[in-house]
Design a protein around this ligand. Structure first.
Ligand code: SF4
Length: 321
């Protein structure tokens, strides 16, 4: 498959002021490499604070990386500053909150028309045709019933459909979907995810699907990257990782998924013990060691594990392997 996005040893650090004279460094993303191909969905899974949102934004240059290399559609875009219009057209993002990501003073038609105007679709009837098709694609139909509405006149699920339509009007080859269903009603989530999947397949879009919910990644992604405190600790084909997780953190995330089978409703579910440490001062050695149930004394707190291929295309960074 043709790679759309290649991230090579990406680090994204932020400086935060502490008091008057002290500056601390937050290592939000700390040495991540990843490739996403056309038509492929890679889920980036982890608790909040793991750095997954920063990774998604860095990947499409909404945030500048501190170091590393970003290759998009074969071009090194790491240091591009001026002409990024083509990247904005080719790489879209869908935000977590459909409420705040739509301008409340614009109609749905204006919201969908704006990127088309910015990117040079001058013909009014062509724009109208694209907008109607996009609304039909996301099942807001008949589209004529929606184009003159304002965001507040729609439900949360309908607003997120508008966000998806807005991401699709420019026919992108890559989308970062940042927790796209976490803020909408549980009843609409499955429907929106299915729609997402259908459109992603139809247009063969490469996608980074960011989520804290490993259960949704199961239905939606080809590969999973499990992220912990700025690093990828496990990566592999989704089915394999979920069936046979190697990293203790991944295993605990999977074990915490509620079982829909009523027979198993009393099954004991594990949770990851404690809170994630601060990315300002991450633990030495393996960053997961203060919370790991399988810590190897005298080793895990001292040396950082390197990612190794322990099964076909299945990588893990853990001293147990
Ligand atoms: Fe646990 Fe050690 Fe593996 Fe880290 S390297 S996950 S502390 S066993």
């Amino acid at each position: 498959m043709e790679p759309i996005l290649e991230l090579i040893d990406i680090k994204t650090y932020f400086s935060v002021r502490k008091g008057l004279f002290k500056t601390l460094t937050v290592k939000a993303v700390d040495g991540i490499s990843m490739t996403i191909s056309r038509g492929e969905v890679v889920a980036v899974v982890g608790e909040s604070g793991s750095g997954k949102t920063t990774l998604g934004r860095t990947a499409i240059k909404l945030i500048e990386p501190t170091s590393g290399k970003i290759v998009f559609k074969g071009s090194d875009i790491t240091n591009i500053k001026g002409d990024i219009k083509w990247i904005r057209k080719e790489a879209q993002i869908i935000f977590q909150d459909p409420f705040s990501s739509l301008n409340p003073y614009m109609t749905i038609k204006q919201i969908l028309e704006e990127p088309l105007i910015i990117h040079g679709v001058e013909d009014v009837s062509e724009r109208e045709e694209i907008i109607l098709r996009a609304l039909n694609n996301v099942r807001l139909s008949p589209p004529e019933d929606f184009i003159l509405k304002f965001p507040h006149m729609l439900s949360g699920g309908q607003r997120q459909r508008v966000c998806i339509a807005r991401a699709l009007v420019l026919n992108p080859s890559f989308i970062v979907a940042d927790e796209p269903v976490s803020m909408i009603d549980a009843s609409s989530r499955a429907e929106i995810l299915l729609l997402f999947r259908e459109l992603q397949e139809k247009y063969s879009i490469g996608m980074m699907y960011i989520t804290h919910d490993i259960a949704t990644a199961k239905y939606f992604s080809h590969n999973i990257s499990v992220m912990y405190l700025g690093k990828i600790v496990e990566y592999g084909p989704t089915k394999e990782v979920l069936k046979n997780p190697f990293h203790p953190y991944t295993a605990t995330l999977i074990n915490a998924i509620p079982d829909p089978d009523p027979e198993n409703r009393f099954r004991e579910r594990s949770i990851v013990p404690g809170e994630p440490p601060s990315p300002i001062n991450p633990p030495t050695g393996c960053r997961f060691h203060p919370r790991c149930p399988q810590i190897i004394d005298g080793k895990c707190s001292l040396s950082e594990p390197i990612s190794r291929e322990v099964d076909l295309k299945h990588f893990v960074a853990c001293h147990l392997y």
